[in-house]
Design a binder for this molecule. Structure first.
Ligand code: CP
Length: 314
């Protein structure tokens, strides 16, 4: 694997899921690469899970970690040919090339603008790093995808699935802010690649970009979609069609125990952070069927699998 930015970078999906599971089972000491490598983590946006789980994964493998909060320093210029006489002190051309001198792998987190659809869906910032870095790039959540989260989610589903092709429902849920589509896009791509039965349910106007959902059943009826589900994955996202907009209030879409009762005793999943009693009721989040903490735990092993895969192929 050269870069890790989407499921398309993964040659053998089940092998990568198995590798993550093996890292969870085996002691970290037996998996140390011990090769004096350095991972740089560059955050343009905040993180709790991605930052700590990826750092822990690297340390489990014996890899050094350098973390840079990109917004603490000067702003980077990304436009080619820019005349840099305003507030941006360094071009990504130099920044990515310099970071590549200190690091063997670079992780980048960069959220979308939610105002410039074309730029966001070109994954502008991530692709500039891919263009100008000379080392592999790992997405720590880009404008349109969150592959480390999706890999951890597949590990979590594998640990709990009772049938070979479980019914997985990705449901839109309410949120007071306009949020990216990245987690939902990515979850859809990975679940479809794993050949599970995927239904995506959302209020009218919140349908995701079809490029990410081809093969899924798309519905606007949450209660019907929940029937027979083995996994309910809740997430808010802003409209892709009316780009970045929250459109209208939909409090009735919150996940609660009555809705979970329609399912096949489904497990509840969410990538976190989650707003209690807005996205999902306490009763569901605190129930034994909630997998949210296991998902967060599996982030470490997903990152470990990805980092070792990249370094083993260098
Ligand atoms: N799920 C997730 O990516 O969490 P953070 O934003 O805290 O990294």
């Amino acid at each position: 694997m050269q870069n890790f930015t989407s499921v398309k970078d993964v040659k053998h999906l089940q092998n990568l899921v198995n590798k993550a599971q093996n890292f969870k089972i085996k002691s970290m000491i037996t998996n140390k690469l011990d090769n004096h490598k350095t991972l740089g983590l560059l955050f343009f946006n905040p993180s709790l899970r991605t930052r700590l789980s990826t750092e822990k994964a690297a340390k489990n493998l014996g890899i050094n970690v350098i973390i840079l909060n990109a917004n603490d320093g000067w702003k980077l210029e990304f436009e080619d040919g820019a005349i840099m006489n305003l507030d941006k002190a360094e071009h990504v051309k130099e920044a990515a090339a310099v970071l590549s001198q200190y690091c063997d792998i670079l992780g980048v987190r960069s959220f979308p603008t939610l105002t410039d659809k074309a730029k966001d869906y070109a994954d502008f910032v991530l692709n500039k790093f891919i263009e100008y870095a000379t080392v592999p790039i790992v997405s720590l959540e880009s404008a349109i995808r969150h592959p480390l989260q999706s890999l951890a989610d597949l590990v979590t589903i594998k640990e709990h699935q009772k049938t070979a092709k479980p019914k997985v429902v990705l449901t839109w849920a309410p949120h007071p802010k306009a949020l990216p589509q990245a987690v939902a896009n990515s979850f859809s791509e990975w679940v479809l690649a794993a050949e599970y039965d995927l239904t995506i349910v959302c209020p009218k106007g919140f349908e995701l970009n079809p490029a990410f959902t081809d093969g899924a059943t798309i519905s606007n009826n949450q209660e019907t979609a929940f029937e027979g589900a083995d996994f309910i994955y809740a997430k808010n996202w802003s409209s892709w069609k009316n780009y970045g907009q929250t459109l209208y209030p939909n409090e009735s879409w919150m996940i609660n125990s009555a809705k979970m009762a329609l399912t096949n005793n489904a497990f509840f999943m969410h990538c976190l952070p989650v707003r209690r009693n807005i996205v999902v009721s306490d009763s569901v989040l605190d129930s034994p069927n909630s997998l949210v903490i296991e998902q967060a735990n599996n982030r470490t092993f997903a990152a470990q699998a990805v980092l070792s895969e990249i370094l083993n192929h260098q």
